[in-house]
Design a protein around this ligand. Structure first.
Ligand code: ATP
Ligand code: MG
Ligand code: MG
Length: 352
């Protein structure tokens, strides 16, 4: 069977490896950190940094196609790997989503709504940004943020100095605070032939910047669900995208506002493992391997809950519950704020 190379060995790489194995593929993980969760299920693991050219070269030569489970792969590594094997999703999607400014410019260029924003590099540009965007607002690092890290909230202009200090000198963006009624996301897939399939939008609840729960169906009007799916399809087509993409959206009285896109399988798509015949991980593997997309129709209602840090104490009790599917990542040390696993509560589709 062909070998799929995956950059990053976290839980997303692990679940991609499981899905790939089910389709008869073998996976090869490239991950700088020791003992990656994906390493337990992949056939090959390279532990090396993205600066290690010989390790990158050997990896690129050993695999038939390359994908990734996180956005921050350095450009130099991608240049080298791209000369050795196809990379899906492509470089454009990665470049655009690596920087919140590029991302917002791309999305608004498509005519989609994003939060009002302004570039911030120092105290002067922050003062100008506050004039433009107003408060309340959120200052975010342009790059490398995840799980709400690298963000500071401004209730008023008085919070400017502290917020800027929180950025520790990193280039940033000030975003107007969106007064949303709820958050939803679309997990969307596109194949090399241009076939598009979207999973049913899920409703997301965050706590402290970290995803806590996803519920499908989302409790929003069906016309809004349709808007979300169409919008995601437009992003995929514009990027000539191959693979699975996560699109995070705010629901507001004036319609959908795009928060951010993630060029990979997405935490808010974990419900698909128990809610669909073909889940987001298999859909991604199918797309990057040039297979037809599978049936991602939702056959059940699902609530996905992340197991974060001490939530692991609940595993023995969760394991006794019917209709409860546990997914654990095999991480040895429990840490506060660390995603250790998730659980899908499955029920029959509610009538009406
Ligand atoms: P991840 O990539 O893990 O989803 P992140 O670190 O990129 O997270 P964001 O998605 O930017 O963080 O923000 C995390 C959460 O903070 C959002 O899901 C939302 O609940 C809230 N949030 C972020 N930006 C805004 C905004 N402009 N207005 C209102 N709420 C926001
Ligand atoms: Mg993000
Ligand atoms: Mg987010």
């Amino acid at each position: 069977g062909a070998v799929i190379g995956i950059l990053g060995g976290g839980q997303l790489g692990r679940m991609l490896s499981v899905a790939a194995a089910r389709l008869g593929f073998r996976t090869h993980i490239f991950e700088p950190g020791a003992n990656p969760p994906a390493g337990h299920v992949a056939e090959y693991v390279t532990t090396a940094s993205y600066e290690d050219e010989s390790a990158l070269r050997a990896f690129g030569q050993a695999v038939d196609v390359i994908t990734y489970e996180f956005e921050n792969v350095p450009t130099s590594a991608l240049d080298l790997l791209g000369s050795l094997a196809p990379i899906h999703p492509g470089r454009d999607a990665l470049r655009i989503s690596q920087d919140r400014i590029t991302e917002k410019e791309f999305l608004s260029g498509l005519g989609l709504s994003v939060a009002p924003f302004a570039v911030v590099d120092d105290a002067d540009s922050l003062a100008v940004a506050i004039e433009k965007v107003g408060t309340p607002s959120i200052l975010k690092t342009r790059r490398f943020g995840y799980d709400g890290k690298g963000q500071a909230r401004l209730k008023s202009a008085d919070d400017a100095t502290q917020a800027l200090a929180d950025m520790a000198g990193a280039p940033a963006v000030l975003e107007g605070f969106i007064d949303f009624s709820c958050e939803i996301s679309v997990i969307a897939a596109r194949s090399p032939s241009g076939e598009v399939a979207c999973f049913d939008p899920g409703e997301n609840v965050h706590e402290g910047g970290i995803l806590r729960k996803t519920t499908v169906p989302a409790n929003v009007k069906s016309s809004l669900r349709m808007d979300a799916v169409i919008l995601a399809g437009r992003i995929l087509n514009e990027l000539d995208y191959v693979g699975v993409l996560g699109v995070e959206l705010f629901v507001t009285p004036s319609g959908l506002v795009v928060n951010e896109i993630a060029p990979r399988v997405h935490n808010s798509g974990h419900w698909t493992q128990n809610g669909c015949t073909v889940d987001q991980f298999e859909q991604h593997i199918r797309a990057i391997a040039g297979w037809p997309l599978g049936n991602g129709q939702r056959h059940s209602d699902v609530v996905m809950e992340n197991l974060i840090g001490d939530d692991m104490d609940r595993v023995p009790s969760l394991a006794t519950q019917a209709e409860t599917a546990l997914h654990l990542y095999g991480k040895a040390d429990v840490k506060k704020g660390r995603k250790m696993g998730h659980v899908n509560y499955v029920s029959a589709i509610a009538k009406g």
